[in-house]
Design a protein around this ligand. Sequence first.
Ligand code: UTP
Length: 289
Amino acid sequence: MNKPVRKAVLPVAGLGTRFLPATKCMPKEMLPVVDKPLIQYAIEEAEAAGIEKFILITGRGKNLMEDHFDHAFELERILEKRGKKAELELVQQFPEPSMIQYTRQQQALGLGHAVWCAKDFVHDEPFAVLLPDDMVLAEKGCLAQMMDAYNEVGGNIVAVTEVPREQTNRYGILDIESDDGKLAKATGLVEKPDPADAPSTLSIIGRYILQPDVFEHLDKQIAGAGGEIQLTDAIAATLDRVPFHGLRYEGTRYDCGSKSGFIAANVAYALERPDMADDVRAALKDILD
Ligand code: UTP
């Protein structure tokens, strides 16, 4: 029986340079897709997968996130007075205070370093990591699909997708031992390899289920590719003792860390919404015709 995954780490301390000036004072994870910030989608996906406790690793804009996941008394009172029940419900959807914590990553030294900041929170349990700027539009949430795989094989699991070979230098890439088309057993992984050296074209997206063993490597604070402390290096350091699998999730992934991915996500999520799909489709037709 694999130990249950109850905790999730959400690193939101990146500089978000690709979205400047929008991210000058606001973390990119507060950017909305349709009408909800990226961070809220990630929390909801994690809750649907059974996560009970969250920690946000913040940089600038910590207060904005704390305020977003808290009561807004004045606004609530006004909405109540005006009889706006549906809107009131929307602003009251957030985890209980005991479920959510925040800590600061004082310097943006890389994703591995951001996760290391959650070491005391994670303690000795398996945990999930969700990068809110990666969105997966799917019937069953990506993390919930990973939980199913974890219950079968345990160990470390990452969500993976095929990328064109010329793009391997943008992602963490798996070295595969066996593959049933859905779950790939990996013997290695490399961060951002040159296309010529990439062991496969199976790339990691921003969803992980990890064993606390990764902290042994993260404790050493060794900078990897791009001079950043890499989470993939920490996973690679446990390969001799922790099974490692990549799950080809069902659904469509949107890289909301890039402008075009973010715009595509807004269109795709809007087209899923019965209250606005027709209007958006008509507007798109006008633009494209
Ligand atoms: P990115 O590689 O997308 O970097 O980080 P970024 O700084 O957010 O964005 P750009 O490239 O400058 O536009 C991937 C994820 O890791 C988090 C980010 O918040 C994002 O969720 N991260 C990255 C940290 O929390 N700390 C870091 O030191 C680096």
